[in-house]
Design a protein around this ligand. Structure first.
Ligand SMILES: [Zn+2]
Length: 215
């Protein structure tokens, strides 16, 4: 399979191509390969040599961009078993889609050649829990929670656990918002150059649940 060539972290030629030379399909296979290693307790023993640092100093060539929650338990580099320079990661409580998050992802797509964006929410997300608990939060937290209220309202019309449903609705909504709010992302999704995938990470089992895909 074509992903074989991308697995060796010492393959400097591939590592220094935009998006590490991976198609959106192969980029996701590499994510899944790494996640399997994580689940199987086979994470690579990543070392950083002086040669690696010199290479990083020349430029960055991540193969995927992640919008994830700031929660300390959901580090994409750990969960997807990737090394320094492999993932362009934007983390914010509740993985909300605001202007700064969109701008950061647009940079990875337009300037670094990333063809895969993953929005990763997670079970028992504290930000979503807060959005369920209150509509009265003050200041900056209140502004952040406003980004999650539409998903909570959507989930309230469904049968089942409200938090779990709201987490799911929120991730799906974040994927759609990214496409709607960024003409750059929308055009690339439409012409097939970019894929945006919404995932839920389960803290207990470590499993990933794919919610929705655009592109
Ligand atoms: Zn969270």
């Amino acid at each position: 399979m074509s992903t074989e060539k991308s697995r060796d972290p010492l393959d400097v030629d591939l590592a220094q191509m935009p998006g590490q030379g991976l198609s959106k399909e192969d980029a996701f296979l590499r994510i899944l390969d790494g996640h399997w290693r994580y689940l199987d307790n086979q994470r690579r023993n990543v070392t950083t040599t002086e040669e690696d640092r010199n290479r990083h100093a020349q430029g960055q060539y991540p193969f995927a961009a992640i919008l994830g929650c700031a929660d300390s338990r959901v580090s994409p580099e750990v969960i997807f078993d990737q090394g320094q320079g492999d993932l362009f990661v934007v983390r914010v409580a509740g993985n909300v889609v605001g202007d700064f998050e969109v701008a950061s992802l647009e940079y990875a797509i337009e300037h670094l050649g990333v063809s895969l964006v993953i929005v990763m929410g997670h079970e028992k997300c504290g930000a979503v829990k807060s959005a369920i608990a209150t509509r009265e939060a003050p200041g900056a937290i209140g502004k952040l929670l406003q980004q999650i209220y539409p998903a909570v309202d959507e989930a309230k019309n469904m049968e089942g656990d409200l938090l779990a449903l709201a987490v799911r609705c929120h991730v799906s909504r974040c994927v759609d918002l990214l496409v709607e709010q960024s003409p750059s992302i929308a055009s690339r999704v439409t012409d097939g150059r970019l894929r945006v995938i919404g995932l839920i990470y389960d803290l207990g089992s470590g499993d990933l649940d794919i919610r929705n895909t655009r592109g």
